[in-house]
Structure formats: C-alpha cells, structure tokens
Design a protein around this ligand. Structure first.
Ligand SMILES: [Mg+2]
Length: 162
C-alpha cells in the first residue's frame, strides 16, 4: 500500500500528562514537570518513532491538543518533530479535509471514536490506515514490547510496498 507520511497522536500514544494540581502537586517518580502538567514519556516512544522513521517518509505529530503544548512536549522529550511537523488543534479545526490520503495515523483511540473519525477525515484516510495502540497512562507501563510489535506488524505492508 502507498505510504506518503506517518502521523502520530501525542497524548496516551507517545506521552501522558496530568494536571499537577489533580495529582496532588508533587511530581511523581518518572514524570517531568511541564508547565502546569506532570508528563511521562512512553517507555517505548523512541522505539515507535524509530520504527516509523526507518521507512523513510516524513513523520508528523497530529494532536487535538494545542500546538504549543505539543511543540513543548516534543522538545522536552526530544521526540524529534520540527515545528512544521506538528499539527495541533488549530490546524485540525481549520476546516480542511483530505490533507494526506496516503498517510497512516498511529493513535490510542478506537478508530470509530468521534475524535479519531475527525482526525481521519482531516487526513482523508480510512480505518485500514489507522493503527490503534494501547493507551499509555503513565506508570506502571504495560507490555511495551507488544506495542512495538503491534506497530511493526501494522507498518509491514506499507514498508514492503516501498
Ligand atoms: Mg491520544
């Protein structure tokens, strides 16, 4: 299958954030303070990004959070997205659709969830180009090897077609 770009969701896919005040104020082990948030990077986030980037097509962040939040976290955790590789809420709600029909989206939400459907509509992709990974919600992490394998299995037909 044709592949032109790979989009990653941010929250619960690559990182997890909670408002510090909701967590009692003190920064939990393994978390990093980011403005009003305590944020964790998914233990396998770099592995997921590496697997995707090894295909050789552009990778982007695609989040319904504010762009500056995504940009700040990308810098904080060194996720490697350039400023023009981050689509935030502002872009997603600009009214444009069908922006990247050759793309795939990697996200923690059910493909039928209204936010997932909305993102798919903006990109112009069907469920066959949507990879749902188990949500990351801070510590303790789940089976991260299974998550990496799941992404690799999803990407294989696209990789083979290149
Ligand atoms: Mg998410």
């Amino acid at each position: 299958m044709r592949l032109t770009s790979i989009f990653f969701d941010l929250d619960e896919t690559l990182i997890h954030s909670v408002l510090a005040e909701e967590g009692g104020g003190e920064c939990p082990a393994g978390a990093t303070v980011f403005g009003p948030y305590h944020s964790w990077m998914r233990p396998c986030a770099f592995d997921l990004l590496k697997a995707a980037r090894s295909i050789g097509v552009p990778t982007f962040l695609c989040t319904t959070s504010e762009r500056r939040y995504a940009s700040g976290l990308s810098k904080l955790f060194d996720l490697g997205f350039a400023e023009n590789e981050i689509l935030g809420y502002e872009h997603l709600t600009s009214g444009q659709t069908g922006l990247a029909p050759g793309a795939v989206l990697i996200d923690d939400m059910e493909p039928g969830h209204e936010i997932a459907q909305f993102k798919r509509q903006v990109l112009g992709i069907g469920t066959e180009r949507y990879c749902q990974l188990p949500a990351f919600r801070g510590r303790p992490p789940g089976d991260e090897n299974a998550v990496i394998q799941s992404l690799n299995a999803f990407l294989r037909p696209f990789r083979n077609a290149r």
